[in-house]
Design a protein around this ligand. Structure first.
Ligand code: AMP
Length: 431
């Protein structure tokens, strides 16, 4: 299978070959033809599968085939849950559209709106946006969605997790009802299926990996360890293995900072990335990690979402996520594009229930190891720890403040929004 045989134009083929891609990935092979036919598509694909090109390439082709309108109203909208993903999708749109007469822009919260508004004023064919800033600028009259032909909801599951359902519903009302809809999601919960039913019309369903299953190229391992010995163990693993590029997940922002400091103290070049960091700090940490100046990137789930880090050899869960699907997202960061990767989880007694849930979801028992000197505590309780309660209350307050000012909602509250919806989900599960 080649990109040419998928029906892509010469201008796109030129951009693809400039990127160095030779063969389309499975999601691209499956998604591109129906999108080019103008059909709605519901795709199950994680980050790392090549999904961005899977929707961007045909979207660009469809737009370039239509007449360019005089004022260049926005004709294609790509909605993403986080700023990082928005920036990344935009970078891809720019690259793939290099040889086409199409204009694109990206808008997200947490940064000054002025340059974004200036860009919109010049006329934009393709807009990549996070929901909060999009609604904000629309409310202020800086953009109209009345000429949208194609809508893409990228990482729709994460958008729901982050509490964007209401925003999505509001955005839908601002667009013409006749349009092409593409929805990408790594997992398919009941909520996602409901959202898809409300937005998509007779969608073609495509899948890159089986639903809710881990990628085969990833070898998974559990280290059972006493809670207080986790930091020592992670430093040992990274130092002994001389790992140069490892992504570490913590459950909380505070935990990410704390671990990062300890790693730096032990001589590991580390940086933390989470929703409380400024956009500049996040971009700098990610750039350092990509260039190899930083060997350990410590991240919370939300901050890591959508990071484009190809061929990542190691992912470590310093703590297991309390939402099992997040485990699949996290370990999807390794073993990308056919490369083998290793996903390690440090599990203490109080995470036993989470581990059981994860094993149920991925449908396999993950091999367990114990490292001498870092044994689990036989007397520790297996009762799950309460999830970030202190942070939760503070964050709720923050959320309500930012809602009333109706700005920057895609900014620093990302992690906290997620925390709130997770807590709700947990409550539902307990019932
Ligand atoms: P994505 O899942 O869209 O985040 O893409 C994951 C990574 O795969 C990105 O670094 C892309 O540049 C890369 N990629 C996308 N399509 C291909 C392809 N057909 N061949 C090789 N790499 C690709």
């Amino acid at each position: 299978m080649s990109f040419k045989s998928l029906g892509l134009s010469d201008a796109l083929l030129k951009a693809i070959s400039k990127k160095g891609y030779t063969t389309p990935s499975p999601i691209q092979t499956k998604a591109i033809p129906p999108i080019l036919e103008g059909k709605d598509v519901l795709a199950s694909a994680q980050t790392g599968t090549g999904k961005t090109a899977g929707f961007t390439l045909p979207l660009l082709q469809l737009l370039s085939q239509k007449n360019i309108l005089r004022h260049r109203p926005v004709r294609a909208l790509v909605l993403t849950p986080t700023r990082e993903l928005a920036a990344q999708v935009f970078a891809n749109v720019k690259e793939y559209s290099e040889f086409l007469d199409l204009r694109s822009a990206v808008i997200f919260g947490g940064v000054n709106q002025r340059p974004q508004v200036a860009k919109l004023r010049q006329g934009v064919d393709i807009l990549v946006a996070t929901p909060g800033r999009l609604l904000d600028l629309q409310n202020q009259g800086f953009l109209s969605l009345s000429k949208i032909d194609i809508l893409v909801l990228d990482e729709a599951d994460r958008m729901l997790d982050m509490g964007f359902l209401r925003d999505i519903e509001r955005i839908m009302k601002l667009m013409p009802s006749r349009r092409q809809n593409l929805m990408f999601s790594a997992t398919f919960s009941k909520e996602i299926k409901k959202l898809a039913n409300g937005i998509l019309h007779h969608p073609v369903q495509v899948e890159a990996t089986p639903e809710n299953s881990t990628v085969e190229a990833i070898s998974q391992k559990i280290y059972r360890v006493a809670k207080g010995k986790k930091t020592g163990l992670i430093i040992k693993l990274i130092s002994d293995g001389n790992w140069q590029q490892v992504l570490v997940f913590t459950r909380t922002k505070h935990g990410a900072n704390k671990l990062c400091k300890k790693m730096i103290g032990a001589g590991i070049t580390a940086a933390a990335i989470h929703g409380n960091k400024s956009q500049g700090a996040r971009t700098k940490a990610l750039a350092g990690f990509k260039s190899g100046n930083v060997s350990a990137l410590v991240a919370t789930d939300i901050a890591a979402r959508g990071l484009d880090i190809p061929l990542l050899p190691h992912v470590i869960n310093f703590e297991l996520p309390n939402i099992s699907e997040d485990y699949v997202h996290r370990i999807g960061r390794t073993g990308r594009a056919g490369a083998r990767g290793e996903a390690i989880s440090l599990v203490s007694a109080d995470e036993t229930t989470y581990l059981r849930d994860i094993e149920k979801l991925v449908g396999e028992k993950i091999p367990v190891e114990i490292v001498e000197g870092f044994e689990p505590d036989p007397n520790a309780s297996t009762t799950p720890i309460k999830q970030g309660q202190r942070g939760g209350r503070n964050n709720r307050q923050k959320n309500s403040n930012s809602r009333s000012s109706n700005s920057g909602r895609t900014g620093n509250n990302n992690d906290s929004k997620s925390g709130k919806s997770r807590r709700n989900r947990n409550k539902r599960r307990q019932r």
